[in-house]
Design a protein around this ligand. Structure first.
Ligand SMILES: CC(C)(COP(=O)(O)OP(=O)(O)OC[C@H]1O[C@@H](n2cnc3c(N)ncnc32)[C@H](O)[C@@H]1OP(=O)(O)O)[C@@H](O)C(=O)NCCC(=O)NCCS
Length: 300
């Protein structure tokens, strides 16, 4: 098989979108989504991205990122259906692993490259990938799921819950651009991993984040369109520890979902570790489960 390796460049996005839609079901790709996953990732590097061509036709794609702390992520990987089981997937992976190891990478994980990621792991319906990863020496270390909420139904009623919180001096409103600095300071204290996603929620004409305040201080937040924009992704959401258990999270969730109805008829609540909360609050359903895989490539 005559295979040529080429670099990624922005003009390739439409072709790559068709390739991914053919070869990475059930996920649906758009040029905007792939742009976000590839070029808008703060750790994007052409050295860690490769396109395989066979007879001038795009036949394989792989991308990795090296995040802080020396963890490398395979962020996207697919081989043309008719060319599988010929070693192309392994060749793409080996290329990316070699490049990651040339940096400071000590551990490689698959897909869950927060804050900019497509999926929080590998879902069982990507069955060949599960065997592929086993073949490459990966081990499963955790499980998670995405949940979904139908937004074509009626709005979630929130007035009485909001009033109850207001009687305790707690208010909720949509954040303005001028709130970003204070929100960042709050996140630095309580949820540093979500700073990048919070910034994304201020990148549109209107912010997509709500903040909770008590005594003029932010004590919680929730938003959407922080990752996988245009796909109806909820989150992140966080409430300061000492204010948990008083209903703030479920009001925040409902307010956000009500706002998401303007754009989406379905919300995805990704990377959920406590499904019970979402079932109780908004009758969410598990949409897809994910297995998380890793492989140590250098001693700690
Ligand atoms: C996963 C994927 C990239 C593998 O690509 P590929 O080119 O077929 O993989 P390779 O030919 O290099 O396979 C390497 C090894 O993986 C294992 N493997 C790959 N596909 C397999 C399958 N369908 N069933 C069982 N084992 C499989 C085998 O051990 C294989 O070695 P062998 O053929 O000598 O037995 C491809 O199936 C794909 O594009 N899937 C859809 C996208 C996807 O799931 N992406 C996530 C990737 S982690």
């Amino acid at each position: 098989m005559n295979i040529e390796i080429r670099s990624i460049y922005p003009d390739l996005i439409n072709n790559l979108t068709r390739f991914m839609n053919r070869n990475h079901p059930p996920d649906r790709f758009t040029p905007a989504l792939l742009n976000e996953k590839i070029f808008e990732d703060k750790d994007f590097s052409t050295d860690l991205t490769l396109c395989l061509y066979s007879k001038d036709i795009l036949s394989g794609f792989g991308m990795a990122v090296l995040r802080e702390g020396g963890i490398g992520y395979i962020k996207l990987l697919a081989v043309e259906k008719g060319l599988r089981r010929r070693g192309l997937g392994r060749a793409i992976y080996n290329f990316l692993e070699r490049r990651l190891k040339a940096g400071v990478c000590r551990l490689i994980r698959i897909y869950n490259s927060s804050p900019n990621y497509l999926l929080p792991g590998i879902s069982p319906e990507l069955t060949p990938a599960v065997f592929f990863l086993k073949h490459l020496g990966f081990v499963k270390y955790a499980e998670t799921c995405n949940m979904k909420v139908d937004l074509t139904d009626e709005f979630f009623p929130v007035e009485s819950e909001i009033k109850k919180l207001e009687s305790k001096g707690i208010s909720i409103r949509k954040a303005q651009p001028s709130d970003l600095t204070e929100l960042t300071l709050f996140l630095e204290e309580d949820f540093p991993a979500w700073i990048a996603e919070a910034e994304e929620m201020f990148s549109g004409v209107e912010s997509t984040v709500f903040i909770v305040k008590k005594e003029k201080r932010i004590i919680g937040f929730a938003g959407y369109d922080a990752n996988n924009k245009g796909m109806g992704w909820f989150g992140p959401m966080g409430v300061e520890e000492r204010y948990r258990g008083s209903g703030i999270g479920s009001v925040l969730l409902k307010i956000c979902l009500n706002d998401m109805r303007k754009k989406y008829n379905r919300a995805i609540i990704p990377w959920v570790s406590s499904p019970e909360f979402y079932i109780r609050a908004v009758d969410a359903r598990i949409e897809r489960t994910f297995w998380q895989f890793e492989k140590r490539v250098q001693p700690i």
